[in-house]
Design a protein around this ligand. Structure first.
Ligand SMILES: Nc1ncnc2c1ncn2[C@@H]1O[C@H](COP(=O)(O)OP(=O)(O)O)[C@@H](O)[C@H]1O
Ligand SMILES: O=P(O)(O)OC[C@H](O)CO
Length: 499
């Protein structure tokens, strides 16, 4: 038996390759950031070719650092930023356009137009999703309507659509020399084109959005054979696990029982609750999504509270305002004051996602007085993530009837103790930070490893999970109430900024 499992985590800001051992410990890691393009206010793009080059580079580096022989790699897993939409030519491999990123809001007019007939929940019964700029279907429609020649090529099956998983699988398995055009159920569930009940592309939705079926990838379970790598960075290794990154984190946190949840704090923030094999509709502004499907087992579903801007607000403080030099500096600055000084930031940069779904909201800073300093702003930046998590947590508890005993957390922001303590305080729930916080790549590794027998069962994986730190709530109820009241007033003020 080979000693390791490799995983690629193609995220919003960077691409990573990680090598794990059987204990789920990271043995080698390489990471590279890619360029964010903002061609117009509210538009966000990535260059798919840059991401492909970075993927090759990080795989090579992670291997070299460990002097990893191919015979030692049991399988490769892939996890990815979801919804981000790529269209490329089957014969040349060339993308027709930059990828349209999940945060991009260019489809706001389509959202309004389609909602005029039936409201934003028009497709919810079939897809589990409200109409929003977030999902792939309308992004693909925009590309078909705006890129010359694309629609014709799509009808002929010459143009291929995919999220980053499909794009990387296609390249890794041979590209123009017959690369496989595949996706997994979790990624497909974020396109707003897949029917959650059948796990297949839905002809009625495709017709309504004018999407040619010929350009769509085949949908596979998350764990199983996707193909063999042909690229020279890892030739002959099989890709046997693919999951959208938030679902991968749920798997990496071994939340296999209905009622278990995790919250991932990265660019955005995503709370997922495993709801088992039954589809649970949301009436409180959450998403119903596929959590994972392992081999021939029935799919498991999740309720999801998606927050668009979390760590991205820290980056904004660093890159746009220049108040801090590194993301980690936000904690040092925020710790210089004992509270937010009355300042609140609602980071509705991409409108507001769950549980509000307000495409026309925009960011606000509220409660400013002459007393407020950059230290208070740093604190308000961190608190914004915790307040947004509180809102989705409450919606989750109401929708599911589950009261969380503890919140499992992961992602780049969880190194921030001040944020984690405030999260525990404001949600009044213990926050469990695990030993391995790279749970996204770990989840893809788990899916890949289960498929080839590297791990025998989910029970094997569960024993790998362990707590590093538990943050216990200490805040008085009256203070919590006062903070939440002010936060919710600020949220109201962000609504309806765009007419
Ligand atoms: N010490 C820190 N405190 C707060 N935020 C942080 C800290 N370190 C990193 N971040 C934020 O975490 C995010 C990166 O997390 P990561 O999980 O790698 O994101 P993604 O997978 O979305 O690319 C960035 O937005 C960054 O600003
Ligand atoms: O790449 P991340 O970690 O920011 O995750 C992005 C999400 O998948 C968007 O739905």
């Amino acid at each position: 038996m080979a000693s390791y499992i490799a995983a690629i985590d193609q995220g919003t800001t960077s691409t990573r390759c990680m090598i794990f051992n059987q204990k789920g410990t990271v043995i080698s890691v390489a990471q590279k950031e890619h360029t964010q393009y903002y061609p117009k206010p509210g538009w966000v793009e990535h260059d798919p070719d840059e991401i492909w080059r970075n993927t090759l580079e990080v795989i090579a580096k992670a291997r070299i650092d460990l002097n990893l022989q191919l015979k030692d790699v049991a399988a490769l897993g892939i996890t990815n930023q979801r919804e981000t939409t790529v269209v490329w030519n089957k014969s040349t491999g060339r993308p027709y356009h930059n990828a349209i990123v999940w945060q991009d809001m260019r489809t706001a007019d389509d959202v309004a137009a389609f909602s005029a007939d039936g409201g934003i929940d028009r497709f919810r019964e079939k897809t589990g999703l409200p109409l929003a700029t977030y999902f792939s279907g309308l992004k693909l429609r925009w590309l078909l309507n705006n890129v010359p020649g694309l629609s014709e090529d799509a009808q002929k099956g010459e143009a291929l659509f995919g999220n980053m998983d499909s794009f990387l699988i296609w390249h890794l398995t041979g590209g123009v020399q017959g690369g496989k055009h595949l996706t997994d159920v979790t990624n497909a569930s974020r396109t707003q084109l897949m029917n959650l009940h059948t796990m297949a592309w839905d002809d009625e939705l495709l017709k309504t959005l004018s999407i040619p079926r010929a350009m769509l990838p085949d949908i596979r379970p998350s764990s199983g054979l996707f193909g063999e790598v042909k690229s020279e960075v890892m030739p002959g290794v099989s890709i046997t696990g693919v999951l959208g990154d938030q679902q991968a984190a749920l798997v990496g946190q071994t939340c296999f029982e209905p009622g278990q949840a995790k919250n991932t704090y990265g660019t955005g923030c995503f709370l997922l609750l495993n709801t088992g094999t039954a589809i649970r509709p949301s009436t409180c502004g959450l998403l119903t999504t596929v959590a994972y499907q392992f081999g021939n087992e029935p799919p498991h579903y999740a309720l999801e509270g998606s927050v668009a801007i979390a760590g991205a607000l820290v980056q904004w403080l660093r890159d746009n305002l220049g108040i801090i030099q590194t993301s980690a500096d936000v904690q040092t600055l925020a710790a210089e004051v004992k509270d937010n000084g009355g300042a609140y930031i609602v980071p509705a940069f991409s409108g507001l996602y769950a549980p509000y779904w307000k495409s026309n909201a925009r960011g606000v800073m509220a409660g400013l007085t002459g007393f407020v300093t950059k230290q208070h702003i740093a604190r308000a930046v961190l608190e914004a993530t915790a307040f947004q998590t509180y809102d989705v947590l409450k919606a989750m508890e109401e929708d599911s009837g589950v009261t969380l005993k503890a919140l499992r957390v992961d992602g780049g922001m969880v190194v921030n103790d001040l944020l984690m303590q405030f999260q525990a305080d404001i949600a009044n729930v213990p926050v469990d930070r695990p030993i391995v916080t790279e749970t996204t790549a770990l989840g893809a590794a788990y899916a890949a490893g289960l498929a080839v027998g590297y791990w025998a069962s989910k029970a094997d994986l569960t024993t790998n999970w362990g707590i590093d730190t538990t943050f216990t709530p200490v805040m008085q109820a009256a203070q919590r109430e006062q903070l939440l009241t002010s936060w919710h007033k600020a949220v109201q003020r962000s609504f309806d900024w765009i007419d």
